[in-house]
Ligand binder design. Structure first.
Ligand SMILES: [Zn+2]
Length: 215
């Protein structure tokens, strides 16, 4: 049984790395964002609650996040373990997590703010089919046009430098204390998130003493 937490700022490749790890080792990938999206889509009571919060321009509160994660982990469908992605978001949640689970490690994908800005502000989205583009890594063949459907590429509304600066500040304010707490327990493995996807996965596995990654 292996239980991991993965932490990293937006754009750090957290989702990709969790998935590579989880798929290969039969771990359950518990992604808080996905759980909320699922509830919204299935029109559950929780989904309605989330929809109201988001419509009011607010962030889903810590209490709600905590309830959702607790409920998800209680389902016990993780035979070989799990990778939790998007939780804990603050010190209190981290304390709750440590009390409730024996975790084997915290993977911290480290990406300098400058690189986060470069990656996030370079993102484009097709206004017609929703295909994701990144002007650094995945450029469209014709500038400003979707390769798939020819739709116009636009910037996501919340990807302005100001909004990103706010999110980065919020991330550090909340997450740095969590990392500090986990570091105190010697759980944290910090991996440079600037490299190539497979190389990062290999490093994560080496550090955690897991079987090597063979894509
Ligand atoms: Zn398109």
């Amino acid at each position: 049984m292996r239980k991991y937490v993965i932490m990293g700022v937006q754009g750090s490749g957290k989702g990709t790395q969790s998935k590579l790890l989880a798929d290969d080792l039969d771990l359950t990938h518990i992604n808080v964002g996905d759980i909320f999206r699922w509830h919204v889509k299935q029109h559950t009571k929780l989904g309605a609650q989330v929809r109201r919060i988001v419509a009011a321009g607010e962030l889903v509160g810590d209490d709600l996040v905590e309830d959702v994660v607790r409920e998800r982990l209680q389902q016990h469908d993780w035979n070989y373990g799990f990778v939790v992605d998007g939780f804990p978001r603050n010190r209190r949640q981290a304390e709750f997590f440590l009390e409730s689970f024996d975790i084997d490690g915290v993977i911290h994908l480290d990406l300098p703010d400058e690189e986060v800005r470069r990656r996030v502000l370079g993102r484009r989205l097709c206004s017609r089919c929703g295909m994701d583009y990144n002007l650094i890594a995945h450029r469209p063949e014709v500038e400003g046009r979707c390769d798939v459907c020819g739709g116009e590429l636009v910037t996501r509304e919340d990807d302005t430098p100001e909004a990103l600066a706010r999110r980065l500040r919020d991330y550090h304010d909340k997450t740095d204390p969590v990392l500090e707490l986990f570091r105190g327990k010697e759980y944290v493995t910090t991996v440079d998130a600037r490299g190539e996807k497979a190389a990062i996965q290999r490093t994560i596995r080496e550090r955690l003493g897991l079987p090597p990654y063979h894509p």
